[in-house]
Design a protein around this ligand. Structure first.
Ligand SMILES: [Zn+2]
Length: 155
């Protein structure tokens, strides 16, 4: 853990994390995104403080694919999204940071409100900086926690 890392602080409970831990494996954790990308956007990050995908251990890498599949399935089922994005930048202020995948539901109907899908949608949402509704976040996290608990991983 890095003492100055927001990702580590959120996981360790040293910063407020609405909705708390949704799901955790040996090496990865799923939490709600704290950025302004809408309710239902989750973060998938390694518990270990690593700042690049190349730094993953073999065991961390082996867990990633199945967990990415599970997490995006949960998001899609709960939000009825047309697509679930998965992106990883971890380069705030041009400094490599604790890697975290942003798993974001998106709907075709957003075309009437935003300039474009994918990165264009995300930039517009960050610019818009619409505050997330904490109650809606809590509710989504509770539903997601139940969904993770009730499903069985594919083998
Ligand atoms: Zn960290």
């Amino acid at each position: 853990m890095s003492l100055e890392c927001m990702a580590c602080q959120l996981t360790a409970g040293e910063r407020e994390l609405i909705g708390g831990c949704i799901f955790q494996t040996e090496y990865w954790v799923v939490e709600h995104c704290v950025g302004t990308l809408g309710v239902g956007t989750l973060i998938l990050k390694p518990l270990r403080h690593i700042v690049g995908l190349a730094d993953m251990s073999d065991a961390e890498a082996a867990e990633l694919g199945p967990l990415m599949q599970r997490a995006t399935s949960v998001i899609k089922a709960l939000s009825d999204a047309d697509q679930v994005y998965a992106c990883l930048w971890s380069h705030a202020e041009w400094t490599p940071g604790h890697i975290h995948f942003v798993l974001q539901p998106s709907w075709n109907a957003l075309r009437s409100r935003y300039p474009g899908p994918g990165p264009a949608l995300q930039m517009a949402m960050f610019t818009e900086a619409r505050a997330l509704d904490p109650q809606a976040m809590q509710a989504f996290c509770a539903r997601a926690r139940s969904a993770f608990a009730s499903e069985h991983p594919k083998t």
